[in-house]
Design a protein around this ligand. Structure first.
Ligand SMILES: Cc1cc2nc3c(=O)[nH]c(=O)nc-3n(C[C@H](O)[C@H](O)[C@H](O)COP(=O)(O)OP(=O)(O)OC[C@H]3O[C@@H](n4cnc5c(N)ncnc54)[C@H](O)[C@@H]3O)c2cc1C
Length: 364
């Protein structure tokens, strides 16, 4: 098929079938939009599960504490010892069937452009959809963030990102440097330390540990901080980055054992390790592996032709709506980049879009 050929005209295209995309599709369906006729959900991954399908096997369901169910269907009776990638893929699969969401996959969205008559053209590996509104729910998994450090290209060992983390066994007998102070970095360290010859943990800023339970107030305050950034058009920070790390038993043990003995960021990478320089003195740690647990960025490159980005680098968003273009909603972006946030944002985006489509008919 010619990829610029218009396959169909719909009212809403949802890009992405993770928590954010499925929540949006559910609310579209509930408020009377028919799949295929009025909306489509496009996803480039091979199966259901959003980014969860790619997460490492040792991330069991029992280890993901803050996973909220999708709207309208609980996730019950899952074995906490099973990989979350399997549990959630199965749950999403059932969800899609139950609510007849008809996700099309694998369909890769390559670009969204301005079309004729106030419509948007969504160019994909399976042709072009013409739509009146767009819900972008593409998450962050497809854009791992790799910082750059001097000497990085000279390193003779292996470098990998959380997005490629294979589980701890592969690090047996290796000297591993883990970079990053988030939840992934600490989880990797606690797992790897049982197999590796040595581990070193480096982070840019000293990690902040949060005592006590994660209250709603803490959550709200964190979301408000991220919300303020996207309202200003700055690139969002992850919600987790502003909540701090929960001081649970595993973390306490890691701190006591010295596994979580945080070092400041190194100054350069050498062929066989990492190095800190302080005036004339330098310190070197030998390494076979550098694991970058340095997070992800919003996967929104396909929106580039719409020129929504602000000089600050982010898209200015009010609620879920792009301030520069009310046809476009970002769900799972910035303050809604959590499972509970994605649920709420899906509902809010659909409400706004309904209003837009009924109040402002597009010129024929
Ligand atoms: C290791 C890890 C653990 C986490 N644990 C938790 C937790 O316990 N609780 C919590 O609330 N949050 C957690 N999060 C964050 C969580 O992943 C998100 O809150 C939520 O699941 C993201 O959903 P999403 O729909 O926005 O994105 P995703 O699940 O990433 O879904 C995006 C979908 O868009 C598709 N896509 C992307 N680009 C394109 C394109 N160009 N064309 C077509 N399709 C595209 C992808 O294939 C994917 O299916 C965790 C994140 C990580 C990395």
């Amino acid at each position: 098929m010619n990829n610029t050929e218009v396959v169909a005209e719909v009212d809403v295209v949802v890009i992405g079938a993770g928590q954010a995309g499925l929540s949006s599709a559910y609310h579209l369906r509930r408020t009377g939009f028919e799949p295929d006729r009025d909306f489509v959900v496009l996803d480039h991954s091979p199966g259901p599960g959003g980014a969860w399908q790619f997460r490492w096997a040792s991330l069991t369901y029992g280890k993901v504490h803050g996973m909220h169910a999708l709207p309208g269907m609980e996730l019950t009776g899952a074995d906490p010892e099973r990989a979350s990638s399997e549990v959630i893929a199965e749950y999403f699969d059932t969800y899609e069937r139950t609510f007849d969401l008809r996700v099309r996959r694998p369909v890769d969205v390559r670009a969204v452009r301005e079309g004729p008559d106030g419509r948007l053209l969504v160019e994909t590996s399976a042709g072009t959809w013409s739509t009146r509104a767009l819900i972008n729910a593409t998450g962050t998994w497809d854009r791992p963030f790799w910082p750059r450090y001097p000497g990085q290209e000279t390193f003779r060992g292996r470098q990998l990102h959380t997005a490629q983390y294979p589980g701890p066994e592969e690090f047996a007998g290796k000297r591993v440097v883990v970079v990053g102070g988030g939840a992934s970095g600490t989880q990797h360290l606690l797992e790897i330390a049982r197999y590796a010859a040595a581990t070193t943990w480096v982070t840019r800023r000293p990690p902040v540990f949060r005592e006590g339970p994660f209250s709603e107030d803490v959550g709200r305050a964190a979301v408000a901080l991220v919300e303020e950034r996207v309202r200003q058009g700055l690139p969002p920070k992850s919600v987790v980055s502003v909540t701090g790390l929960p001081l649970n038993d595993a973390i306490r043990q890691g701190l006591a054992d010295g596994v979580l003995d945080r070092q400041p960021m190194f100054d350069r990478i050498t062929p066989d390790g990492v190095e800190w320089r302080d005036g004339r003195r330098s310190r070197h740690v030998a390494a076979d592996v550098i694991l970058w647990a340095t997070g992800f960025r919003a996967a929104i490159d396909h929106l580039a032709p719409l020129r929504l980005r602000e000089p600050g680098g982010g898209i200015r968003v009010d609620g879920t709506r792009a301030v520069a273009d009310p046809r476009i909603h970002l769900v799972g972006y910035g303050p809604s980049a959590s499972t509970i946030g994605a649920n709420r944002a899906g509902r809010a985006a659909v409400r706004d879009i309904r209003r837009l489509l009924t109040e402002e008919p597009v010129a024929a």
